[in-house]
Design a protein around this ligand. Structure first.
Ligand SMILES: Cc1cc2nc3c(=O)[nH]c(=O)nc-3n(C[C@H](O)[C@H](O)[C@H](O)COP(=O)(O)O)c2cc1C
Ligand code: SF4
Ligand code: SF4
Length: 276
């Protein structure tokens, strides 16, 4: 079996799970290719494989806007296998169901659906960084076991689907997610840059949607912003801020998942190479 695992990851958690899935499926003899959604969107290239995996972080009880755009460009599934997984900070709502419904509408046969609750990389925490990092790694060793089990089920052909009720599907994902999907026009209200910025261009290069301007102090974040907070997590000067309410700038811990920073520029340069 050959599988293409498409993932979107703002700060690296979903990227980490994508690589865990790929490594475990390879142990079962699968050929796997892990592709960042933004690379596929920029290049327009879609590897033709027997099985499609889609992984994403939960935003407002649904998939990120950039994942929604990616789903729109998928070719017809013609009965091909698909699996879906989501990574959340706490409450998944009907996020995986939204993506499964879309894949099924395009003719994919979704056989496996899972969600993982993982410690966030952008958060409020009073713990010392070393203590928080140890707690996080403990959580990850549990997630690694869960992903391994999911990949083994997938390889063994076991079907696992979630059936969210009306509250999760309708109220949460219907209301909050629709609001999030429309909120791009106000991105500049929520993502800001302080005077600590020395325009190094890193956040703009890493932005998956090209919404971050290369001189962020002079221009606003564009409406394509998917609110992934990668810019806030990658900035070496912690100059990108997240405003949750107008006028209130939050004090958050923000960092990328270890190792993800090496992969982000690679994904971006791959995308531009394929474009040219
Ligand atoms: C804009 C936004 C909305 C979010 N909404 C939710 C949510 O509804 N439920 C939840 O459990 N986590 C939510 N989260 C937390 C992310 O799902 C979580 O941080 C995840 O680990 C991010 O994955 P990544 O590192 O791959 O980007 C949200 C995060 C962001 C940035
Ligand atoms: S990464 Fe930080 S310092 Fe560099 S341009 Fe962006 S906001 Fe400014
Ligand atoms: S501007 Fe920042 S939060 Fe918005 S899409 Fe780009 S990297 Fe993500």
């Amino acid at each position: 079996m050959r599988a293409a695992l498409f993932y979107f990851s703002g700060t690296g958690n979903t990227w980490r799970t994508a690589n865990l899935y790929a490594a475990r499926l390879q142990r079962s003899g699968w050929g796997t290719e892990v592709v960042a959604v933004e690379s596929a969107l920029r290049s327009g290239l879609m590897p033709d494989r027997d099985c499609l995996g889609v992984g994403f972080p939960v935003y407002a009880f649904g998939p990120p806007r950039v994942v929604d755009r990616f789903l729109h460009m998928l070719p017809s599934g013609k009965g091909r296998l698909a699996f879906v997984w989501a990574v959340a900070g706490g409450i998944v709502g009907g996020a995986t169901a939204i993506v499964c419904d879309r894949l099924e509408a395009y003719g994919y046969r979704v056989v496996h659906e899972r969600a993982y609750v993982v410690p966030e990389n952008v958060h409020w925490s009073w713990s010392k960084p070393a203590v928080a990092a140890r707690a996080k790694e403990r959580a990850w060793s549990r997630i690694e076991g869960l992903v391994a089990r999911a990949a083994d089920e997938l390889a063994a052909g076991r079907v696992r689907r979630a059936r969210p009720g009306h509250v999760r599907r309708g109220l949460m994902s219907g209301g909050m997610w629709r609001w999030y999907m429309r909120s791009g026009a106000h991105a500049g209200r929520y993502i800001g840059v302080t005077a600590a910025c020395r325009p190094c261009g890193l956040c703009a290069a890493a932005c998956p949607t090209s919404a971050m301007p290369s001189i962020p102090l002079e221009h606003r974040v564009g409406s394509e912003c998917t609110f992934c907070l990668r810019c806030a997590s990658i900035c070496p000067r912690q100059a990108v801020t997240v405003r949750l309410l107008p006028g209130i700038t939050s004090i958050l811990h923000r960092h990328l998942e270890p190792g993800y920073g090496d992969d982000v520029p690679k994904a971006m340069s791959m995308a531009s190479e394929r474009r040219t």
